[in-house]
Design a protein around this ligand. Structure first.
Ligand SMILES: [Zn+2]
Length: 233
């Protein structure tokens, strides 16, 4: 299996890795900093280079067996197994995804309703809330921007199923029940704001979210409010 470096350090932009398999327009690596499409967040794009060649990575996805596939642009050559490659993320795009992803955690803490869906983009992101109440756009926007301005530290930690079971008070604060049976669970904590299981890429503090504001609020059925956010830069 690929060693996943972005879970412990989401700020890695570039690294060396050895190819474990390639073919069908995809490269598998022994370790990676590229985030694969999942949890509403798009897969990373970027570049790969090696002695005598280079390729553009147009997307990163999970394969059927859970392996991470770096998809290479059509017509680009593929490095063979055992090749040492340098990989570099299209950082401007990924950093916007990190800002958006973190901002959606903040939005979820402002609007404490069940979340039924969501999507992250570099320009616009959204969450779908199971709610019938109207959304006070001005109040939500102010609360969101205050959480950014207050610069809350963000940390991740792993806890075991047993530790979680021994701390029922922790479970009560989780908006989503964590999956059981995987042995360990990754918890994201935005100090004083949010605590929930998440495998995504986050910022190290909320101030880095920067110029965020509430976008459109759409009524998508009686029990569904689709709330969008945009970055103003
Ligand atoms: Zn997250």
């Amino acid at each position: 299996m690929t060693e996943i470096l972005f879970r412990d350090d989401s700020y890695l932009r570039e690294c060396q890795a050895t190819v474990t398999d390639s073919g069908d327009g995809a490269v598998l690596l022994e370790r990676t900093i590229f985030y694969p499409t999942g949890g509403g967040q798009p897969g990373d794009t970027g570049r790969m280079s090696w002695d005598g060649g280079n390729a553009t990575i147009i997307n990163t996805v999970y394969g059927d067996g859970g392996e991470i596939r770096h998809l290479v642009a059509e017509g680009d050559s593929l490095p063979g197994s055992g090749t040492s490659v340098n990989i570099e993320i299209d950082w401007d795009r990924r950093y916007r995804h990190m800002r958006m992803h973190t901002a959606l955690h903040l939005l979820g803490s402002v609007l404490q309703y069940g979340v039924t869906g969501g999507s992250i983009g570099a320009e616009k992101s959204r969450l779908d809330f199971d709610m019938v109440d109207p959304v006070d756009k001005e109040a939500v926007n102010s609360a969101l921007q205050a959480l950014v301005a207050d610069d809350h530290p963000i940390t991740c930690r792993w806890i075991t199923d047993e530790e979680l079971a021994a701390k029922p008070e922790l479970v009560r604060t989780l908006s989503v029940q964590p999956p059981k049976g995987a042995g360990k669970i990754r918890l994201l904590e935005i100090e004083g704001v949010d605590l929930q299981p998440c495998g995504g890429t986050h910022l190290k503090s909320t101030a880095e979210v920067g110029a965020v504001r509430l976008g459109k609020v759409e009524k998508k059925g009686k029990h569904n409010r689709r709330v969008s956010i945009v970055l103003d830069d």
